[in-house]
Design a binder for this molecule. Structure first.
Ligand code: ASP
Length: 330
């Protein structure tokens, strides 16, 4: 039995907008992170698997409208939602993922079903929804994913795209945050510079690691765009021999750097620690191509690291029997 069981989660990385932060909003984020960590912690304390802990944590994060996954997902350029998710079991190296789904309530549960019941790893769009339907997953009307805050954020991104190129983020965000019509003026992280993907990584008492990641993608993305999140090795990776990783950030750069797998590969080939490998990917390799964001990772010894190169990342970790630790800023 491994006594180092631990779960870590993230709710996305981004630029802090301190001017528009209220202590109430900050407390709400901490409470949401704390509740999700407590649920994951209970599963691990009861001897549950890392796979169960990460899928339940991400399911809860998807159901929470504060985060950009499931309910609360961002809008595409067509004013729709397209959701991506992936999950991987470090004990077996089995993986499942889905992308561009529009009506599956919990994309992470569909990804888990792909892992368990399919010879394939990744399904897209209609095929992914057909697979989910055939396996009895819950479907919702597209309106289920709508939140006023994300809709407003999309309208700003759509209408001010040109202006965004001409202004720095703080100016634009500052203007929007003082707008009386803004339904979400108190989000601690600048919604215009925020990556709200959610993810979880865990080590269970049996010594296995797992990772799960889920997202609505980036605001105003083109229809059919797929980011790093559902790609094994880019947004999600797990191998007992090295570590479990879930990422958040500018997906195109995380794809080009094969970011999640790179952490594991550096541990395997350079024989560096989890922390050193993760630090190198986030602080050295991603910035080379202007990759912004962060990741969470655990290894089979129970080490945890949560590096990010943005001003903040919603994050936390918990070990059975200990009080969960949550944080937003540096
Ligand atoms: N990585 C995600 C994507 O590019 C975005 C995020 O982390 O919020 O789809």
């Amino acid at each position: 039995m491994n006594s180092n069981a631990v779960i870590a989660i993230h709710g996305g990385a981004g630029t802090i907008l301190r001017a528009s932060m209220s202590s109430g909003a900050e407390a709400e984020y901490h409470a949401a992170l704390h509740a999700v960590l407590s649920a994951g912690q209970r599963i691990l304390a009861d001897g549950g698997s890392a796979l169960d802990a990460v899928s339940e944590a991400v399911r809860l994060l998807e159901d929470c409208p504060l985060f950009n996954a499931g309910r609360g997902a961002v809008y595409t350029a067509a004013g729709t939602h397209e959701l991506d998710a992936a999950i991987m079991d470090g004990g077996t190296l089995e993986a499942g993922a889905i992308c561009c789904v529009k009506r599956v309530r919990n994309p992470i549960l569909a990804a888990r079903r792909v892992l368990e019941s399919s010879e394939h790893v990744l399904f897209t769009g209609e095929g992914a929804e057909a697979f989910a339907a055939a396996h009895g997953l819950e479907f919702v009307e597209p309106g289920y994913f709508h939140t006023e805050a994300r809709h407003h954020q999309w309208l700003l991104a759509r209408d001010r795209q040109r202006a965004m190129l001409d202004h720095d983020g703080a100016t634009l965000a500052g203007a929007s945050s003082t707008n009386d019509d803004d339904p979400a003026p108190h989000e601690p992280i600048d919604p215009n510079r925020k990556f709200g993907t959610v993810g979880a990584v865990a080590l269970d008492r049996h010594g296995h690691v797992a990772a799960a990641t889920s997202t609505g993608g980036v605001t105003n993305k083109q229809v059919g765009r797929v980011g790093d999140t559902p790609l094994i090795g880019a947004g999600c990776y797990a191998d007992d021999a090295t570590c479990a990783v879930s990422t958040t950030g500018s997906g195109e750069m995380f794809m080009r750097m094969v970011a999640a797998y790179d952490v594991a590969a550096q541990m395997a080939y350079r024989q560096v620690s989890l922390e050193e490998a993760a630090h190198d990917v986030v602080m050295n390799r991603l910035p080379r191509i202007d990759g912004r964001g962060g990741l969470i990772a655990v290894d089979a010894r129970g080490n945890v690291t949560l590096p990010f190169n943005t001003e903040g990342m919603y994050r936390g970790f918990a070990r059975p029997g200990e009080t969960p630790v949550t944080a937003i800023y540096r």
